[in-house]
Ligand binder design. Structure first.
Ligand code: NI
Length: 198
């Protein structure tokens, strides 16, 4: 960490595949206090530092129903968002802090490329519903509800999976998973070795 930074960033280590916390279902959050705000700030700093579009609490080692998402820099992969059935300017809603999120998936599925900060250098096309309705709370506990599609819908589904201990490799085609198997096994081994050394 930079000692003389004007705006001290709080970059947390990102948990990699092989760490058991990634398989834990997040606990619901019912206390909306300063420590939650500090955690959210640290998760945002960590996500931006890693050039990610989403980060789940499990990825910084905490099994909680909490995720942050920001797709505002992804111009090449558009998203749209509706609040109360009206299209809204997505930029005004980013970053999204989703506490205790629930999603409905009322649409047909589309395939699109995904990666994950817990799986460096591993990518695959994943099928997911094209559009989702999201109900959650923000970092203050206020209700949040919207419908979205595009990259935002993909990112939120990927993150909500994390909150339930589900990883994108669970949704990969058998062929992709076979293709990535050596990298997955080596990543898992590295993570387990590092945990043993701690
Ligand atoms: Ni991920």
């Amino acid at each position: 960490m930079e000692v003389f930074s004007q705006d001290p960033l709080m970059i947390l280590p990102i948990v990699k595949y092989g760490h058991p916390v990634l398989r834990q279902r997040g606990r619901p959050i019912d206390v909306f206090d300063q420590s939650l705000e500090d955690l959210v700030d640290a998760m945002l700093d960590t996500m931006y530092d890693a050039d990610g579009v989403g980060l789940a609490a499990q990825q910084i080692g905490k099994a909680l129903q909490l995720t942050v998402v920001d797709v505002s820099q992804s111009d090449d992969r558009p998203s749209s968002m509706k609040v109360n059935n009206e299209p809204v300017d997505l930029q005004e809603y980013m970053p999204l802090v989703l506490v205790n999120p629930l999603i409905d998936q009322p649409s047909s599925t589309v395939s699109g490329p995904e990666g994950c900060l817990s799986f460096p250098e591993i990518y695959a096309d994943i099928d997911r519903p094209e559009q989702v309705r999201v109900r959650a709370q923000d970092h203050k506990g206020n209700p949040v509800e919207f419908v979205c599609d595009g990259l935002l819908a993909k990112a939120i589904q990927h993150e909500v999976d994390h909150l339930n201990g589900i990883l994108f490799i669970d949704r990969m085609s058998t062929r992709d998973k076979d293709r990535w198997r050596p990298q997955l096994e080596s990543l898992q081994d590295q993570t387990k070795q590092a945990l043993k050394a701690d």
